[in-house]
Design a protein around this ligand. Structure first.
Ligand code: UDP
Length: 328
């Protein structure tokens, strides 16, 4: 029984591949390597290509006895999605349509889908629960929500079981520092702050300091990437054991402000890390915190690295040794 991981060379994908392998699962990866890294795969078997390539998908499903698919491959930058929504509909919605079509054609019955907190838009209340309203405020969230809904209808029509995992803010790196986070361009808070600590940027910008939060900066729910990986493994197991589909939030349940993240980075790195106040980033809600009770109860999810300083420490261990990220 092999698990196909699409987008397995990306940040969350590669950590999930590593986690699955440590649990004894057979894994293969499909990635187009526009954002993913060869070096993030360590020694995993991979196929290089796009989800739109039906011939390649046929080859993958024919060459391997795939029992489940974990689907990460997607475009995932909010700002880019606002500037170029059509490319997001193409890569995310149409790409997944091709993939699911082949999943159904080849008789695979399980898919775990990488979704996002961006499906909610402005939260109704905090902490956010899975049945709160979903009104995305950007095409990225909109395309992920469209896929969640497509999967629901595919269950009714074709018996395809699915778990959609809505991540909050992925952070940290493999505790053994074999792989880490490397985006180009980098837009995420923790790696940007660590680039300042590494002397690669002069200062970091705090986007907005007049939010209705305790210290005026945005509050987010940071969750360790290996804890996300664990949830994917548990989701596959749940689909194998119970055949029950579901949608789950994955977050820490506690929020940290931009200032708190900055302070944690200063403590962990022992570096000064200059910061400047900057205007708000358009579209940023003040507070996003998940309720992850459902994932804990139904998947048996048990996050191991909930301390902010642990996440920053693991990220820093990798970043300070890989200033230029992955080489390949
Ligand atoms: N942020 C910031 N400076 C940066 C990058 C991010 O102040 O250089 C803030 C951003 O406004 C948000 C939080 O840090 O409130 C987390 O942003 P990130 O892009 O990491 O994740 P998001 O919450 O957008 O998914």
């Amino acid at each position: 029984m092999t698990i196909l991981v699409t987008g397995g060379a990306g940040y969350i994908g590669s950590h999930t591949v590593l986690y699955l392998q440590e649990k004894g699962e057979e894994v293969i990866v499909l990635d187009n390597f526009t954002k993913g890294h060869y070096d993030a795969l360590l020694n995993t078997t991979y196929y290089e290509g796009n989800l739109h390539d039906d011939e390649l998908l046929d080859k993958v499903f024919t060459n391997h006895s795939i029992d489940s698919v974990i689907h990460f491959a997607a475009s995932s930058l909010v700002g880019e999605s606002v500037a170029d929504p059509l490319s997001y509909y193409k890569n995310n919605v149409l790409g997944t349509h091709h993939l699911v079509n082949k999943i159904v054609e080849h008789g695979v019955k399980r898919i775990v889908f990488s979704s996002t907190a961006a499906t909610y838009g402005e939260p109704d209340s905090i902490p956010i629960k899975e049945d709160d309203s979903t009104i995305p405020t950007n095409p990225y969230g909109e395309t992920k929500l469209a896929i969640e809904r497509m999967l629901k209808w595919c269950e009714d029509a074709y018996g395809l079981k699915s778990v959609s995992l809505r991540y909050f803010n992925a952070a940290g790196a493999d505790p053994e520092s074999r792989i880490g986070e490397d985006h180009n361009p980098e837009t995420h808070l923790i790696p940007i702050v660590l680039e300042v600590a590494n002397g690669q940027r002069e200062f970091m910008k705090i986007f907005g300091h007049d939010y209705a939060t305790e210290d005026g900066t945005c509050v987010r729910d940071y969750i360790h990437v290996m804890d996300l990986a664990q949830a994917h493994y548990l989701a596959v197991r749940k689909l194998r054991d119970t055949k029950q589909s579901g949608v789950y939030n994955l977050g820490n349940g506690q929020g940290f402000s931009v200032n708190e993240v900055l302070e944690a980075c200063r403590n962990v790195t022992g570096r000064l890390i200059p910061a400047r106040e900057a205007p708000r980033r358009p579209g940023d809600p003040a507070v996003l915190i998940a309720s992850s009770e459902k994932a804990k109860q139904e998947l048996g999810w048990d996050p191991q690295y909930s301390e902010l300083e642990t996440m920053v420490q693991h990220a820093w261990n990798w970043h300070k040794e890989h200033k230029d990220g992955f080489i390949k």
